[in-house]
Design a protein around this ligand. Structure first.
Ligand SMILES: Nc1ncnc2c1ncn2[C@@H]1O[C@H](COP(=O)(O)OP(=O)(O)OP(=O)(O)O)[C@@H](O)[C@H]1O
Ligand SMILES: O=P(O)(O)O[C@@H]1[C@H](O)[C@H](O)[C@@H](OP(=O)(O)O)[C@H](OP(=O)(O)O)[C@H]1O
Length: 264
């Protein structure tokens, strides 16, 4: 069954048989990353990563859905079984924001590199290292969503407006959850600043909150292009994280509801 609260991404997440888990289509680099950070011999300097990523429960296979265009039986599909980050919340509002200025790894073909560079140059990524890949938020108990296409139409100066919109539940700005998220981002930043093990290309933060009861969570997701950095810091991700903190601080100071481009 398709997972009902997917806000970003280009491949369908599935609901897992266990209710607090999701299934994400498997990619080898993402599997390698989760195996590395859950390995018993992970260096203690990297243990913080386990707190800021979904719990990993191994791999799972599902039979392929029958194809409309072929009678030939297809091999079963493989998935990563991950903690469902929305599970603890009653009405989760969810934001997927991609961090970093470079969204391809060294294995990308020249064509893919060019596509990703052009995409970065035409969005908020080029200036801020941030691009909104999707969100859903409740306005007076009614869910509203924004696609990645909406995120791509934003100009850098509109990012605080977009976060204000995300954290406004139709009645009031959820300042407590914004402050909680800011604290989590600052804590993540302090861990991240000393890591020299990975480049997190094309990785996102999933920010989740609820109005009632007030609660929030911030996790790193999407490691399909996370690669060993062999002693080098990921300065692009760190700069993007700094910018996200500034954007959220600015959103908290906005005097009134902002004007945003229409989500058509
Ligand atoms: N562990 C999780 N718990 C809950 N929701 C999740 C989880 N992982 C992913 N999602 C949902 O699925 C979406 C897509 O996830 P993800 O970014 O990992 O996919 P992707 O297809 O690799 O993305 P991209 O197109 O950027 O490469 C997220 O925006 C989020 O809504
Ligand atoms: O968000 P956008 O602008 O749509 O860009 C896509 C996004 O970067 C995906 O992560 C990437 O898939 P992979 O993670 O599988 O590389 C996809 O590559 P693709 O065009 O090769 O599918 C891009 O098109």
């Amino acid at each position: 069954m398709l997972y009902p609260i997917q806000v970003g991404g280009h491949r369908a997440i599935r609901s897992a048989p266990t209710p607090d888990r999701v299934l994400k289509p498997l990619s080898q680099k993402e599997l390698a990353f989760y195996r590395r950070i859950t390995a018993p011999d992970l260096h203690p300097h990297l243990h913080w990563l386990r707190k800021y990523t979904p719990a990993f429960y191994g791999t799972a296979t599902l039979p392929q859905s029958p194809s409309a265009i072929s009678d030939t039986p297809q091999p079963p599909e493989q998935f990563l079984e991950l903690e469902d980050l929305n599970f603890p919340f009653r009405n989760p509002s969810v934001l997927d924001v991609k961090l970093g200025f470079r969204h391809y790894d060294d294995d990308a073909t020249p064509e893919k590199r060019l596509r990703q560079i052009q995409s970065a140059n035409s969005t908020t990524t080029a200036e801020t290292g941030l691009v909104i890949c999707g969100m859903r938020t409740f306005k007076s108990s009614v869910p509203e969503t924004c696609s990645k296409h909406f995120g791509k139409t934003l100009k850098p100066h509109q990012l605080p407006d977009a976060l204000y919109w995300f954290f406004h539940d139709g009645t009031s700005l959820q300042r407590t959850q914004m402050q909680q998220v800011l604290s989590s981002l600052r804590a993540l930043r302090s861990h991240f600043a000393s890591q020299t093990s990975f480049f997190f290309y094309s990785s996102s933060l999933l920010i989740v909150y609820d109005s009632n009861p007030p609660a929030s969570d911030v996790r790193m997701i999407d490691f399909a292009h996370t690669v060993p950095s062999e002693g080098h810091p990921d300065t692009g991700y760190l700069k993007a994280l700094d910018n996200l903190i500034t954007v959220l601080e600015t959103a908290l100071q906005l005097p009134h509801a902002p004007n945003l481009p229409s989500n058509e």
